[in-house]
Design a protein. Structure first.
Lengths: 206, 709
């Protein structure tokens, strides 16, 4: 009975997905719900899915190495966050959704080289030139950060911090993404779950 | 391409020379200056300093809310002691779309004034003010730029600076001048936000006002790239927005923003703007949800008024309709009929092949014409103010009874109880014209038998179709027909696709007989729907209908006078039974059964006043998804104990029969029909709308959220 109900629900979901999937403007990933699934090709040529990271906290970082906002954060801030995350067993993933010919589009080799040059400390680089993962996550800017917990639940979606352009004398930025990541690693609640990301637009195809 | 390369190079130079962001150098893409509308200011007066940007063609800088990406332009004034500054004045922005992203900003040139007040005791003489501007300028790529400025003014008499004053006046003219008497409110309407605006300024009709559009001052209030369909009637407007992360779980604050529209002046259109503050509204004004996507563009008469990417394009919708139609082929109501038709084609050989192709096309035409007719009928009903909520046709007991009888009859036919004129086995021997009519009628029939499967499964899709302008909505209906007809038409052209089937033979007869049973199953479901609608009386009369029909069919198989008479008597009895069903009083549906009480708006109020969380299940017997939820997530023991542990009040609203109160509530929330679920939090506030397909996890989360704090 339980099995047949599940099968029925599955079939109904399938139909519903085809026929009810009209209302939403874009498929916004929802905080507290399952993070959008992905099948990604990494810069080292592996194919991985969200399920492969079950039990681990994941940080997704949309990046474009030529975007000035990304360049600013890679002057030390980003590497610092990545090192801290690595110590905490977090899987840090860069996603490159720039389309071929657009700023930030690089070959897999170049993506890995860039990370060596910058001293970036990441577990994977996802090559997403068609923007499939980017659109599934509604990634809008570089940087744009997402935290996914070990159960695959989306816990944070937004900017890396609250200051697009810090000036001398400004208070220290609120590191939203870092705060969220630390809260999830510590098994606590994320205080600010969504913020407006800032930066360059993701250079999608089309 | 060259431009991209050049920009990239410039960015590289900028970055390597300037390090991070923050070295002062007028950037390469914007020629910026600090201007004043006074060359000499008097103590005590308010004048303006403004950042003026000349922007490289095709590049843009950003408005106060940059949209999906980007960065708002800033001007930091270093004013002497005692001088004070006001809020920056932002001319109305244009919309820039890049792929799925939408941005708000300026092209070519913009002036951003800041009001500055001189203290009354300012000492006369020359005075130098320094300022820093920061902005992001983007085309395909983005370059952060900044610059420091210096301007020297005299303090003494008030003397205008002609050039600066012209720029600043133009900026004011393009910026909102207060609310212009417009009152605004923001409310949840289903999974969307309804922004209602009213005021004298909007009193013109569609002939004189167009392109109503809302630009929030803050990011996260709306989804920037979603279309903004609106409705405007005699000074009252309603714009439907897609919530952003700040409003997705309720509206907790007032939101400021720019309302933009165009007003006819002579033969042209002039852009108007007003600053509105939309407070959380409990209910939407009287206007129904907008049906036509008229908005979606905030033109400014100048260059660069882009169009935000529509949420779902017309062709996407058509594609979905096509898919939906294809899926219908597999539904228990439709599959048997089409399989039988396909089998007749397998048997065609030689010259008959061409005929089979022709029949395939005629069948397709039959399906599409019927869908168009249905679509037209629904549109006409809507125009007449009929029920907007889809699925209504199954609220008529006689429609349910008629469909059940049709299913029963088709089942009998499959079992070989009787043959129809154009026999499904017809291998020649029939007049071809008759065959053609038969093919067309099979198309019509396919749509009718699909109807009970169509309504519950495709409610939202059809609601979307109906929300389009008539022509587009009919096209979507047509695509549904194309989808339904396609597999059969393809098979009629290329019967080899069925080559995996065994040679025609006895198995076909057995298969046909087997297909009777899905038809009977559908009939049983419809009888159950009728039993909920009309009670035991309805069941009695529908069974009488079945009896009369089968008797009539049996009698008419013989051509004798007596049989004819008996057959006609049977038909009359069947008609009588159907008539009786149509006139049955709707049964009082016991919406409250088990843990559920019957729903009413007053009961919701009462329970909420007791401080309880309230869950409302809007359901109907004819709604398949509703039954799935009822037997699945809602019956789950974890969910039920979560309801009990958290003292959640359970109400059920049954929409099996017509109910204007329920229809109104559904319309208020923008729901196209049932299933529809509301979870009112215990702490008060807006109810959460749960998805149409519930799972245990969704329910547990919703219950926990409703009783939090």
């Amino acid at each position: 009975m339980a099995l047949s109900r599940r099968t029925f629900t599955l079939a109904a979901s399938l139909l519903a997905a085809t026929t009810l999937g009209f209302g939403a403007a874009h498929a916004n990933p929802v905080i507290g719900e399952r993070a959008p699934d992905f099948t990604a090709t990494t810069a080292t040529g592996e194919t991985v899915t969200l399920a492969d990271f079950a039990g681990q906290t994941v940080m997704l970082e949309w990046t474009n190495h030529d975007c000035p906002f990304v360049v600013r954060h890679y002057q030390g801030n980003m590497q610092g966050l990545q090192n801290e995350a690595a110590e905490n067993g977090v899987v840090w993933i860069q996603v490159i959704s720039s389309a071929p010919g657009e700023q930030g589009y690089v070959s897999a080799e170049r993506a890995l080289e860039l990370n060596v040059e910058r001293g970036a400390n990441v577990a994977h680089v996802f090559m997403d030139p068609e923007g499939v993962i980017g659109r599934a996550y509604d990634a809008r800017t570089t940087p744009h950060m997402y935290v996914i917990d070990g159960e695959g639940t989306l816990r944070y979606n937004g900017g890396i911090d609250d200051q697009p352009r810090p000036r001398a004398g400004d208070p220290a930025p609120i590191p939203y993404a870092q705060n969220a990541l630390n809260a999830v690693v510590a098994g606590g609640e994320v205080e600010t779950t969504e913020t407006q990301p800032y930066g360059c637009n993701v250079k999608y195809a089309g | 391409m060259l431009r991209t390369f050049l920009a990239g190079w410039l960015a590289a130079v900028f970055l390597s020379a300037g390090g991070a962001l923050g070295q002062s150098a007028s950037g390469p893409m914007v020629d910026a200056s600090l201007v004043s509308d006074r060359s000499s200011v008097a103590p005590g007066e308010t004048f303006h300093l403004a950042l003026h940007q000349d922007i490289t063609p095709h590049w843009h800088t950003y408005w106060r809310n940059p949209g999906d990406s980007g960065e708002a332009t800033r001007l930091y004034l270093d004013l002497p002691e005692g001088w004070s500054e006001g809020e920056m004045v932002w001319p109305a922005p244009s919309i820039y779309s890049l792929g799925p992203l939408t941005n708000y900003g300026y092209e070519n040139a913009v002036t951003l004034p800041v009001p500055v007040t001189v203290p009354a005791d300012a000492s006369p003489g020359p005075l130098t003010i320094t300022a820093e501007g920061t902005w992001l300028v983007c085309e395909d790529i983005c370059i952060p730029e900044d610059a420091t400025f210096e301007i020297t003014l005299q303090v003494g008499e008030s003397v205008a600076d002609a050039q600066g004053a012209t720029l600043i006046e133009a900026a004011y003219a393009a910026a909102p001048d207060g609310a212009r008497g417009i009152v605004a409110g923001l409310a949840r309407a289903g999974d969307r936000l309804a922004l209602t605006v009213s005021g004298e300024a909007l009193s013109g009709g569609a002939e004189t006002i167009r392109n109503l559009f809302f630009f929030p001052y803050e990011g996260g209030v709306i989804t920037h790239n979603a279309a903004q369909p609106y409705r405007l009637e005699a000074g009252e407007g309603r714009i439907d927005l897609t919530p952003g992360f700040l409003t997705r779980n309720g509206i907790n604050a007032s939101h400021r923003g720019l309302l933009s529209w165009e007003e006819r002046q002579g033969n042209g259109w002039v852009r108007r703007v007003a600053e509105i503050t939309a407070g959380a509204n409990d209910s939407v004004n009287g206007l129904p949800a907008p049906v036509a996507v008229q908005g979606g563009r905030a033109a400014d008469g100048g260059a660069g008024g882009g169009v935000p990417a529509p949420a779902i394009s017309f062709w996407q919708a058509a594609l979905f309709a096509l898919l939906g139609g294809l899926i219908l082929n597999l539904m228990p109501c439709v599959f048997p009929i089409l399989s039988m038709k396909a089998l007749t084609i397998v048997q065609k050989r030689g010259a008959e092949r061409a005929h089979a192709r022709e029949l395939g096309l005629i069948f397709g035409a039959g399906v599409i014409v019927t869908f168009l007719a249905l679509g037209g009928l629904v549109l006409a009903l809507r125009g007449l103010g009929g029920m907007e909520v889809w699925g209504f046709q199954l609220q008529e007991p006689w429609v349910v009874a008629g469909l059940a009888a049709l299913m029963f009859l088709i089942g009998l036919n499959f079992l070989g109880f009787f043959e129809i004129g154009t026999s499904l086995q017809g291998v020649g021997g029939h007049v071809q014209g008759n065959d053609r009519a038969g093919a067309f009628l099979t198309g019509v029939l396919a749509v009718f038998v699909a109807a009970p499967c169509l309504a519950p499964v495709m409610a939202s899709a059809l609601a979307f179709a109906l929300a389009q302008p008539p022509l587009a909505s009919l096209t979507i209906f047509a695509f549904l027909g194309v989808g339904l007809a396609l597999p059969f038409v393809i098979v009629s052209f290329e019967p080899r696709l069925l080559a995996f089937l065994p040679r025609p033979g006895v198995w076909m007869e057995r298969f046909k007989q087997f297909l009777a049973f899905p038809m009977f199953a559908t009939a049983i479901w419809l009888v159950w729907v009728l039993s909920v609608q009309t009670g035991a009386q309805g069941v009695l009369w529908i069974l009488v209908l079945f009896l009369a029909i089968s008797f009539a069919v049996w009698a008419l198989r013989s051509t004798g006078m007596l049989s004819r008479a008996a057959g006609i008597a049977g038909v009359l009895l069947a008609a009588g039974a159907l008539w009786t069903t149509a006139n049955l009083e709707p049964a009082a549906i016991a919406a409250g059964d088990g843990e559920y009480e019957a729903w009413s708006p007053a009961r919701v109020e009462e329970l909420r006043n007791e401080g309880r969380a309230v869950f409302v299940d809007f359901t109907a017997a004819w709604c398949v998804t509703c039954q799935v939820n009822k037997l699945g997530a809602l019956a789950d023991s974890r969910v039920r104990s979560a309801f009990a542990d958290n003292n959640v009040a359970l109400l059920r609203a049954d929409f099996t029969n017509r109910d204007p109160v329920i229809a109104q509530v559904l319309a208020d929330h923008g729901a196209p029909g049932v299933p529809f679920y509301l979870m009112y939090p215990a702490s008060g506030g807006e109810p959460e709308i749960l998805p149409p397909l519930l799972t245990e996890t969704i329910m547990i989360r919703a219950i926990e959220a409703a009783v939090r704090d």
